[in-house]
Design a protein around this ligand. Structure first.
Ligand code: ACO
Length: 422
């Protein structure tokens, strides 16, 4: 059987056979047969906007792999910085390459004093930390004018190192500002996540030593959030990157997309939902109300995963390790009961609605002391490596500027009537 589709234009009787390659059909042949006829695909639900070799997802089987490595293995054995290197370079580093990479990232953790003093301090006292992050990341492009040299591989790698290194510093600074605490400078003797926790929580002590198990749990959460192929923020990164903007501007656009509650805000919505449910006794009634169409079960369902999100499984396990140190988040029991009730109900099973990555991540973040407003900031920090991997891939592919078409449904040409005659 030929691995192709044949399309016939019934107006002319002309046909074209288009091969199916990598589960997709290229538009070139279609364009030859039907110039000026566009695919109508709101939300780009059936459009592949690029070829990519970074992340593989099989949503039906619950498979997620970075550069071919199963997410379970990476979460178990790797570190966030190693995974970032893998995403960016395509291969796991040798131990020598890893040492150089960690050293380079560590060397770039400081931000320019003007970013901190003049820029961050200029925000309104109750600024949302994610809004601050979006602006601060964009502002970095004005500090590094060499960032515009996007086809110079040395400059490109320098900006990538800077972004990976400075995101935790900016994220922690945005938090400290929002709670009126003095900023904490990076401590370059600490690991990536231990340093981030120090910048978040250090008060009067000369050195903040994070609990290693909590630093490791955060590292795992960062690994799980590092990439997820063409989601909304990654597509924003690619779209702005396709105009050849510098990586800080493109990354800021990606952060802005993640700021939206439909994308980066789901774990916060889960916490609010669990707080509203309040006790385990209310779980059955809550599930009934969801089935009756009153709202959604937050943290359930996914556009791609139609079985258990593999990241949710790992997070559930990590949660137990975190709670041994922090004490159990009281919302956990409600979450577990919700999962149990939902997964024995045909409404959820028939619609393939299973816990996604956000169902348990917020509960862990909350137990670790992170305020709700910082959740999307944590997501952005981790996703920066994925965004940048897609940015490199896009530039290396010599891709076209992303410029989709629309189906115009507005008015036909009209006579302009001067304002005094309307
Ligand atoms: N609770 C109850 N019902 C749901 C849920 C849910 N969480 N999700 C989907 N459904 C139902 C819909 O009502 C619909 O039912 P119907 O066929 O009877 O009309 C059916 O399942 C299909 O839903 P769609 O909205 O078409 O599914 P889609 O793939 O477009 O949506 C989404 C995926 C947005 C994630 C959705 O499942 C949802 O809103 N979940 C809750 C929010 C959430 O957890 N978001 C985080 C996603 S992960 C991330 O971004 C990192």
């Amino acid at each position: 059987m030929p691995n192709s589709v044949t399309i016939t234009d019934n107006r002319t009787g002309q046909s074209v056979e288009i091969p199916i390659i990598n589960d997709g059909v290229a538009v070139d042949e279609w364009k030859k047969l039907l110039p000026g006829i566009w695919f109508y695909d709101p939300g780009l639900m059936t459009t592949a906007i690029c070829e990519s070799s970074i992340t593989y997802i099989d949503g039906d089987k619950g498979i997620l792999r970075y550069r071919g490595y199963p997410i379970e293995k990476l979460a178990e054995q790797s570190t966030y910085l190693e995974v970032a290197y893998l995403l960016l370079k395509g291969e796991l580093p040798t131990s020598q390459e890893y040492d150089v990479w960690v050293k380079d990232v560590t060397r770039h953790t400081f931000i320019h004093e003007n970013v901190r003093k003049r820029f961050l301090d200029g925000f309104h006292y109750d600024a949302h930390p994610m809004g601050m992050l979006v602006s601060a990341v964009a502002a970095l492009s004005t500090f590094y004018s060499d960032a515009k040299d996007i086809f110079n591989s040395e400059s490109r790698w320098k900006q990538i190192t800077r972004l990976i290194a400075k995101m935790p510093t900016l994220a922690a600074a945005a938090h400290r500002f929002s709670v009126g605490m003095p900023y904490v400078y990076p401590d370059n003797s600490l690991s990536f996540t231990a340093n981030f926790l120090s910048m978040m929580w250090k008060t009067a002590e000369p050195r903040f030593d994070a609990n290693p198990a909590l630093a490791r749990a955060l590292d795992i959460l960062f690994i799980l959030h590092a990439d997820h192929e063409q989601n909304c923020s990654t597509t924003a990164m690619r779209t702005v990157g396709s105009a050849h903007a510098d990586p800080y501007s493109a990354c800021s656009a990606a952060c802005a997309a993640l700021y939206g509650p439909r994308h980066g805000g789901a774990n916060e919505a889960v916490i609010r939902m669990l707080q509203d449910i309040h006790t385990m006794d209310n779980v059955e009634d809550f599930i009934k109300s969801v089935k009756d169409g009153h709202g959604r079960l937050q943290g359930f369902g996914h556009r791609i995963y139609k079985s258990y999100d593999p990241r949710a499984r790992i997070i559930k396990q990590t949660a137990e390790e975190v709670f041994e140190i922090t004490g159990k988040n009281p919302l956990l029991d409600i979450a577990l009961k919700l999962e149990e009730v939902a997964l024995s109900d045909p409404y959820f099973l028939d619609r393939h609605l299973y816990p996604n990555v956000d169902f348990y991540s917020g509960i862990i973040y909350q137990a670790m002391g992170f305020p709700l407003e910082i959740f999307p900031v944590l997501f952005a920090l981790a996703r920066t490596s994925g965004w940048l991997a897609h940015w490199i891939e896009l530039l290396d592919q010599d891709s076209k500027i992303i410029r989709p078409r629309q189906l115009y449904t507005g008015k036909d040409i009209r006579e302009y009537i001067p304002i005094d005659q309307r």
